[in-house]
Write a protein that binds this ligand. Structure first.
Ligand SMILES: [Cu+2]
Length: 133
């Protein structure tokens, strides 16, 4: 009987720990191709330092551009969108870059795209979900 109780406790503990894992990751592992983000959706904890490991497997340069909350690039990325950028990183074709940024302090869904002309339309769109840590 005691053993069953112990097993139940372990099970409950593992569920709680698994739940903690859903509070977002401080690491983003990103593959860029012509013309997709893989994966395209990320969840990070608000206000934390996030490490981005970005690999460009494409034949052309790509960017990972996070927009400010409540903004997006519309149909196509243009000069008018520059002021709405929260953070961005550029990766040359065939390169891997590791860099960091501080996640926005406000939870919400942030628009992500590649700022190079035509890449948004081609499908380089993503979403960064910021959650309470
Ligand atoms: Cu691109």
């Amino acid at each position: 009987m005691k053993r069953i109780l112990f097993t139940c406790l372990l099970l409950a503990l593992s569920i709680v720990l698994a739940g903690c894992g859903e509070k977002g990751s401080t690491t983003i592992d990103l593959i860029m191709t012509d013309f997709l983000f893989e994966p395209s959706e990320f969840t990070v904890p608000a206000g934390k330092d996030i490490t981005v490991n970005a690999t460009n497997n494409g034949a052309v340069e790509h960017e990972f551009v996070i927009f400010k909350l409540g903004t997006d690039a519309g149909q196509e990325f243009g000069d008018e969108d520059e002021e709405n950028i929260y953070w961005e990183v550029e990766v040359l074709a065939g390169e891997t870059t590791t860099t960091t940024f501080t996640a926005p302090s406000k939870p919400g869904e942030y628009f992500v795209t590649c700022g190079i002309e035509g890449h948004l339309l081609a499908g380089m769109v993503g979403k960064l979900t910021v959650v309470e840590p």
